[in-house]
Ligand binder design. Sequence first.
Ligand SMILES: NC(=O)c1ccc[n+]([C@@H]2O[C@H](COP(=O)([O-])OP(=O)(O)OC[C@H]3O[C@@H](n4cnc5c(N)ncnc54)[C@H](O)[C@@H]3O)[C@@H](O)[C@H]2O)c1
Length: 250
Amino acid sequence: MKIALLGYGKMGKIIEKIATDRGHEIVLKIDEHTLDQFTVENLKKADAAIDFTTPGSVLGNIQKCFEAQTPIVVGTTGWYGQLQQVKNDCEKYDSALLYASNFSVGVNVFFYVNQVLARLMNKYPYYEVQVEEIHHAQKLDSPSGTAMTIAEGIIENLDAKSEWVNLLQQNDGETIGQVKNNQVLIESLRIDSVPGTHTVIYDSEVDSIEFKHTAHNRSGFALGAVMAAEWINGRKGFYTAKDMFNFDLK
Ligand SMILES: NC(=O)c1ccc[n+]([C@@H]2O[C@H](COP(=O)([O-])OP(=O)(O)OC[C@H]3O[C@@H](n4cnc5c(N)ncnc54)[C@H](O)[C@@H]3O)[C@@H](O)[C@H]2O)c1
């Protein structure tokens, strides 16, 4: 496959290696210094584009891929307020997009089990749930897109919760702010060099249940993104990682 890489930072560089190891060719490599090459004409040369850029540039990148009718895999987070508009545009341009807040296989297994666990915990309302996420200090958005997906998975399945609230932990370990009964607390911590750790905690007076995913490095995200590019090649429509992984125990 021919792949256009949008973003050549920490993720873009690992994706390049994994994609070439899997026999793909990188035909376009765009970062903020090579924007002159970022044209519809060049995008048309790729079977799929993979975007790991910034919340500020991703919407323009998606739009350009739609215009070129080049399927796009979006790993960039921090733009989900615009999801419905992007979905409409995807249909309007008869194009293809797959996005995921987290492309790692392990996290997608985690998302699925998190939903099953939340449904089970309806029977035990004396447990209070919260989500904790830890990332490197350079991360631009908070909470992480992954933590939002986890919280939404809880809200869809745990009757007592209908929204989430995010609080950032201060250097002294304190979190400042109020959490209402119907809210899932997402607590964010920023610690240098942590690729991404997410924990769901059900706490009661007698015990706690902790369900945790720890990324050891960024390769898992990159592999999932390349697999998504392979999956979306030749497809039309608006997809999430759920469509690609298609977990179902029934
Ligand atoms: N979905 C996932 O699995 C997953 C995993 C890791 C990171 N992420 C997300 O991916 C994004 C990138 O992460 P990173 O760690 O590689 O960041 P990074 O800062 O290392 O790289 C960002 C890259 O985007 C480039 N860029 C900036 N403006 C651009 C523009 N207008 N057009 C094209 N390129 C532009 C920069 O030059 C840089 O190369 C972040 O939003 C992060 O949260 C998602």
